[in-house]
Write a protein that binds this ligand. Structure first.
Ligand code: WQD
Length: 335
């Protein structure tokens, strides 16, 4: 049976997508260099699904290693997650971000072409919209006004994919723009486990709730939002993983084209909404203090999810309560 290559498959979104693929009978091959993940996460994917799969500890900067994977496996499509994703860190380390998030994708596309594999689902981000003038954000909203190298690297790869498709329309390409993924698999075996101090909101909250970090800094309460704190479109990571299944099905069925979808819920929640919901659902206190705004942050960002619903039948199902409960369950389970 033909296989799906999942790059960055040991990561947060990658592991959850591997679970959904395996549970639906897909055969997968995983590639990861563990720069922001652990091999134990793959063992947990096997535990959750009862399925086995081949894994390669490889950095996509290594073209020869990519050739080996394509030579040794009959790959029909690639889901490309492998990337660094911390906005703040990207401002300090632009060269590392462009090397890891752009050059490696050029390598991947080059070797896919050489092996005649022309189906790819690309993990993009709502950060390609920059600071949106209008919300909710549709796929037609302007992109490119990115405010950090992370978002710019995602925008660059989107341009590369569009140019590739223009040069050869036998490629089938799905670009998925994630909003804010949070939550964890209900088993508590996989979830967001950054190797360092969390940059993102939910992983920070769970560390405060578990006493590992003293308190949450709420980055600004003077935005033009309902309570002054930043508003984002939080989507359960399992819903996000299902969105990748829908995209693969689209490419396998009608395919033939380049498609762009927002993967969000269409609802915006503030930082204090998240804190309050987390406390209520888990019956636990989250200490926080109001701090100055974080550089590069925007006030409000949430999706218009209509196009993904209409074209690939994708609709987020899980609630904010589910996201808060599952995040806390994972934190309790890994410690
Ligand atoms: C969310 C809100 C912060 C931490 C990121 C990146 C990227 C993308 C989505 C994939 C904002 C506030 C945060 C904290 C806080 N992922 N906050 N205190 O910046 O919206 O987007 O995730 O593409 O990784 O673009 O996510 O979780 O960092 O921030 O007050 O300690 O929480 O100001 O309003 P962000 P985030």
């Amino acid at each position: 049976m033909k296989k799906i290559l999942v790059t960055g498959g040991a990561g947060y979104i990658g592991t959850h997508t591997c679970v959904e693929l395996l549970n639906r009978g897909y055969e997968i091959v995983v590639l990861d260099n563990f720069s922001n993940s652990k091999e134990s996460a793959l063992e947990n994917v096997k535990k959750i699904t009862g399925k086995d799969f081949k894994f390669y500890n490889v950095d996509m900067i290594d073209k020869k290693a990519l050739d080996t994977i394509f030579d040794e496996n009959d790959i029909e499509a690639v889901i490309d997650f492998a990337a660094y994703k911390a906005v703040g860190e990207s401002v300090e380390k632009p060269v590392e971000y462009y090397t890891n998030n752009v050059s490696t994708v050029l390598n991947l596309l080059d070797r896919m072409k050489a092996h005649n594999v022309k189906k790819i689902v690309f993990s993009s981000s709502a950060t390609v919209y920059g600071d949106p003038k209008v919300v909710p954000i549709t796929e037609e909203s302007p992109t490119g006004g990115t405010t950090n190298p992370y978002g710019t690297s995602k925008y660059m790869v989107e341009q590369i994919l569009k140019d590739l498709y223009k040069s050869d329309n036998t490629w089938d390409i799905a670009i998925l723009r994630y909003f804010n993924p949070i939550g964890a698999h209900e088993s508590g075996l996989i979830g967001e486990a950054p190797n360092s101090i969390p940059a993102n909101l939910m992983p920070y909250i769970v560390k405060v709730a578990s006493g590992k970090l003293e308190k949450l800094s709420v980055f600004g309460n003077d935005y033009n939002t309902k309570d002054g704190t930043g508003v984002r479109d939080y989507i359960h990571v399992v819903d996000l993983a299902v969105g990748h299944i829908k995209a693969i099905e689209k490419l396998n069925k009608e395919g033939k084209g380049l498609f762009i979808y927002n993967l969000g819920t269409g609802k915006g929640y503030s930082v204090l909404d998240i804190v309050n919901t987390f406390e209520k659902v888990n019956n636990i206190k989250v200490n926080y203090t109001i701090a100055p705004r974080r550089k590069g942050d925007i006030a409000t960002c949430f999706a218009d999810p209509e196009k993904a619903r209409k074209e690939i039948g994708f609709e987020a199902k899980k609630t904010l309560e589910d996201m808060c409960r599952d995040s806390w369950n994972f934190e309790k389970n890994i410690n």
